[in-house]
Ligand binder design. Structure first.
Ligand code: IVH
Length: 703
């Protein structure tokens, strides 16, 4: 599709024949993109670009209706059945939804107006009742249950015929394989298979470590996983599911369920054990649709998964039936978009940043682009090999993705067709025009790459100011020493101005020193001193995590603290002794041992202790009473007095493993207010459910 962008931005040629050829070109391009997207799971352009060209085609066809052909991408649902997966004809077609790309309130208002018009409602009539739902960014799935057993799972395909992916779908823990008694003999549940962002990040991290291709976004990772021929591969790629509707349900009448409303239907699905998004709400009239769109838009970044908009559906099933369909889309539903999370822009330069462990990260400097709701000018390229794999060069048009709290990244590139001089650009072999520097751009130390490692590192250690800064920020972060107010700007000033050199120096700062810094009044200086003072009383786990040992994340720090009880015992532990700790393997053990074997690290620790950092030293795990050792507990909902982290810490201190989802292996579920599918799952599996009081009793060994 290289070089097509001129074609698309050029005004439509005058004259019928010219319009015809323009329409053909647009169709060709859209079909090609659709093929990449649906069949190869490897799109080369962001959705927003597809939508833009699609709308251009729609507009042209609208102006020249005699040029519309039945095979135009505007006239059907695209998608194809892959070789190797058996075709499945859907008993009830899987529909598409009309998309409202106006991301402002007017988008919702226009839909409500359309619905009212079609229902013949006047100004004096009551507001229409809708259900508002997140629009999940995954792939549609139809799950067919016969007599309560999952017999078939199929993708949407072209809406009429999809692909049989039952073998893969059975690996998704959130999808029940059997349903409680009393469900209709034939029940097709429809919903979205998706990948949570955290799962996606982890999967991509693993792919990058192995030197394998990272996935562009969670949706593509999910689509790729679902369409594997080998379900063992699917099982290694954590997928999730939300139900949002039904297909065939028999018998429909005569004793079968009459849900009455879409909302009641979703509640029923939830009670049968299907995950239903907790945000699903009833909204009356346009104003409540607008409010929902805004509320979810504000929450969007904090959600654990991608959404690209919200969906509004007329709640009454009778009204839905009355309104009916328009070729491939129901008239009673609309998808109201949010700003795209992937956009195209130009890569103007590639710089290198140095991280806490010395890792050199290539960062693309971009022509400013509005993506995921903010203007982005920098995006990570991860490492040299990612740049090579994606074939990114300075000057290229790149695909930038910014979703949730994840830092923006370049996920691919659209190679420019010609070089600056108008010559066709060599594509193969692809020569990247970026090189890793041989010396650290910050401190000048040698850059090294260990054999088998994908990452280049600065060998300067804490001599390198960049590493010192990052180490300090890590130490201060909420989940470590939690020093409020010690942010990037301040750390830059402290290190660049040589005000502090070590972590311990932070605790030796005084008011005058701090108040003298840029953008620091006396008040904020005092606040920071207070925060530093407060951070002195910490826990061993937080302290260990804050030290930022390579390979020691939060969970490992907790395990180490629990196992050894005291810092001195841990510092003196041999690699063999470290191997005894839960989840600590040879590489981690070696990394910890090496860290504490180095005198300057021990000295840093001693200095911090000398500055007054304290924590309660406990008894080593073997000696401590751990009433929940070997037990797996799942937390769900909001507890009356305990925060989630707090409850988790307490359970872990008692030896429990806190898991994210309920299975047969779960020993207890602790449920608070608004507990959702996890509670339902526990009840279905007969897992004991406790409230906060019950949990406290259990911790005291009175379970
Ligand atoms: S309802 C009647 N609800 O959006 C329409 N679809 O173009 C049937 N999607 O690929 C679909 N979230 O998988 C519906 N809450 C939601 C949805 C949703 C995401 C997807 C769906 C399909 C596309 C529709």
């Amino acid at each position: 599709m290289s070089g097509q962008s001129d074609l698309f931005s050029a005004p439509a040629p005058k004259g019928h024949a010219l319009v015809g050829s323009k329409i053909e070109a647009l169709r060709y391009q859209l079909n090609q993109w659709a093929h990449e997207y649906y069949v190869q799971d490897a799109p080369s352009v962001p959705d927003a670009e597809y939508d833009r060209v699609f709308q251009q085609l729609q507009a042209l066809e609208g102006a020249y209706p005699d040029l519309v052909t039945p095979d135009s991408p505007t006239q059907r649902v695209i998608g194809a059945v892959m070789e190797g997966l058996a075709p499945v004809r859907h008993a009830v077609p899987m529909l598409s939804i009309q998309t409202e790309t106006d991301t402002e309130a007017s988008g919702a208002i226009a839909f409500d107006a359309r619905v009212r018009r079609e229902l013949g409602l006047g100004e004096g009539d009551l507001p229409v009742e809708y259900v508002a739902e997140p629009k999940f960014d995954g792939l549609a799935m139809s799950l067919r249950y016969e007599h309560g057993r999952l017999v078939q799972a199929a993708t949407r395909g072209d809406g009429e015929v999809g692909e049989d992916v039952t073998h893969n779908i059975r690996t998704i823990r959130q999808i029940p394989l059997s349903l409680p008694a009393g469900v209709p003999p034939v029940l097709e549940v429809r919903g979205e298979v998706y990948m949570r962002r955290a799962d996606f990040e982890q999967l991509n991290e693993r792919q990058r470590e192995k030197g394998e291709k990272a996935f562009v976004n969670p949706r593509n990772a999910a689509a790729g996983a679902v369409r594997q021929l080998d379900s063992a591969i699917t099982a290694q790629r954590p997928l999730s599911f939300f139900a949002y509707g039904v297909g065939e349900v028999t018998p429909v009448m005569a004793g079968g369920p009459d849900f009455g409303t879409h909302y009641a239907l979703l509640q029923q699905l939830k009670s049968w054990g299907f995950p239903v998004a907790p945000q699903v709400s009833i909204a009356r009239g346009a104003s409540e649709l607008v409010a929902f769109h805004q509320r979810l838009g504000a929450e969007r970044d904090a959600l654990p998964y991608d959404i690209d908009g919200v969906v509004y559906k007329v709640n009454s099933l009778a009204l839905q039936q009355q309104m009916g369909f328009k070729t491939r889309e129901p008239r009673w539903a609309v998808a109201h978009k949010y700003p795209a999370q992937e956009m195209l822009t130009r890569c103007e330069a590639i710089d290198v940043q140095v991280g806490r462990t010395g890792k050199l990260t290539p960062v693309a400097r971009l022509a400013p682009v509005f993506v995921g709701g903010v203007t982005v000018t920098n995006a990570t390229l991860h490492n040299l090999f990612e740049i090579r794999k994606k074939g990114v060069r300075v000057g290229d048009t790149v695909i930038v993705r910014r979703a949730g709290d994840v830092i923006p990244e370049v996920v691919g590139c659209v190679p420019a067709a010609t070089d600056g001089a108008g010559r066709p650009r060599p594509r193969n072999p692809y020569v990247p025009n970026f090189r890793m520097p041989r010396a650290c751009p910050v401190c000048g130390s040698a850059v090294v790459r260990e054999p088998g490692e994908m990452n280049h590192r600065c060998s300067g250690g804490l001599f390198c100011p960049a590493q010192r800064k990052q180490a300090m920020l890590h130490f201060a972060q909420r989940r470590a020493l939690d020093i409020e107010g010690l942010g990037e700007k301040l750390v830059d000033q402290l290190i660049d101005g040589a005000v502090v050199h070590s972590l311990a120096d932070l605790y030796r700062l005084d008011l005058a020193q701090l108040a003298g810094l840029e953008r620091m009044g006396e008040k904020s200086a005092q606040n920071l001193l207070d925060a530093l003072e407060k951070s002195k009383h910490t826990t061993l786990a937080r302290f260990l995590y804050g030290l930022g040992l390579r390979q020691v994340g939060e969970a490992t720090a907790k395990d180490l603290a629990r196992h050894f009880g005291s810092l001195d015992t841990l510092m003196d532990a041999s690699a063999d002794q470290l191997l005894q700790v839960n989840d600590v393997g040879p590489i981690v053990a070696e990394s910890i041992h090496t860290f504490f074997a180095q005198p300057h690290n021990r000295e840093a620790v001693d200095q911090l202790r000398a500055c007054g950092l304290t924590w309660e030293e406990g008894v080593p795990a073997e000696a401590a009473v751990q009433p929940l050792a070997g037990k797996t507990v799942v937390l769900t909902g909001t507890l009356p007095t305990l925060g989630r982290d707090e409850a988790k810490d307490m359970l872990e201190a008692a030896g429990a493993k806190v898991a994210g989802s309920v299975s047969k292996k779960t020993h207890y579920v602790v449920a608070g207010a608004d507990a959702g599918s996890k509670l339902a799952k526990a009840q279905e599996l007969g897992v004991p459910v406790l409230d906060e009081g019950g949990m406290r009793a259990l911790l005291k060994g009175q379970g």
